[in-house]
Design a binder for this molecule. Structure first.
Ligand code: DGL
Length: 251
């Protein structure tokens, strides 16, 4: 199977990391819209328009499936993309909800959803959580984490004070949905902030769980072919990809 992975920028590489760890695909085509990131501060019309343009790009490859790793795209543009795609399009919100339900068996659990301004404004996670019986949900836009992570500050004073700024008035959550591609990179810091006593839901792991239940994978692919594309400075994205994904050399 050949899969496309779409993100607004580099963050979707966290989802690629999970796909690689589970060796599900023979070929991965990644596109990050680095010229127009961030999507998380834009309105629905713009997010949908950019996502449909990305879809056109993926039509140039014979992919079997497109994963929108970006939570913002998944929250706003999935329906429109599906209507125009000749292949399946899977977002990260629904898999994230299923993973939450599997991880937190008690629906009274206190769930904290973190995401960009746009993802939180869409109420996509809260609506689906409520449909599964989870009504004790708090959603918080934590967009400042995005540039902090892009700056590589996965630990330290700036991250600590930003967490304090966002989290200090919240009740201790039982589970946190990392509803943004970037946030798995600060997962350790978040767990630490909540005294190692919280369950995190990661889009990459959630999507793998979802794929394994909905598709049939007959063999493992140890060395998939990966191609990285970006709308601006693809070299920079390839460099980060090789670094984050620990790839030996250009594949
Ligand atoms: N990829 C985006 C998301 O997961 C975060 C970065 C952005 O705002 O574009 O929502």
């Amino acid at each position: 199977m050949k899969v496309g992975v779409f993100d607004s920028g580099i963050g979707g590489l966290t989802v690629v990391k999970s796909l690689l760890e589970h060796q599900l695909f023979e070929e991965i085509i990644y596109f990050g819209d680095t010229a127009r990131v961030p999507y998380g501060v834009k309105d629905k019309n713009t997010i949908v328009r950019y996502s449909l343009e990305a879809l056109e790009f993926f039509k140039n490859f014979e992919i079997d499936l497109l994963i929108t790793a970006c939570n913002t795209v998944s929250a706003y543009a999935l329906e429109e993309m599906r209507a125009q795609a000749p292949f399946d399009v899977i977002g990260v919100v629904e898999p994230g909800i299923i993973a939450t339900k599997n991880a937190l068996t008690n629906s009274d659990a206190n769930v904290l959803v973190l995401g960009t301004q746009a993802t939180i404004a869409s109420k996509a996670y809260e609506t689906l959580l409520a449909a599964k019986g989870f009504n004790n949900t708090t959603a918080k836009a934590t967009g400042l984490f995005v540039p902090i992570i892009e700056e590589g500050l996965f630990t330290g004073e700036i991250l600590e004070s930003t967490m304090e700024h966002y989290f200090k008035d919240l009740d201790h959550p039982d589970g946190i949905i990392l509803g943004c591609t970037h946030f798995p990179l600060i997962a350790d810091a978040i767990v630490d902030y909540f005294n190692n006593n919280v369950i995190l839901i990661h889009s990459g792991e959630a999507i793998v769980e979802y794929l394994e239940t909905h598709y049939e994978f007959t063999q493992k692919h140890h060395e998939p072919k990966i191609k990285f594309f970006a709308s601006e400075n693809p070299e920079a994205l390839r460099k980060v990809a090789h670094n984050w994904l620990d790839l030996p050399d250009e594949k």
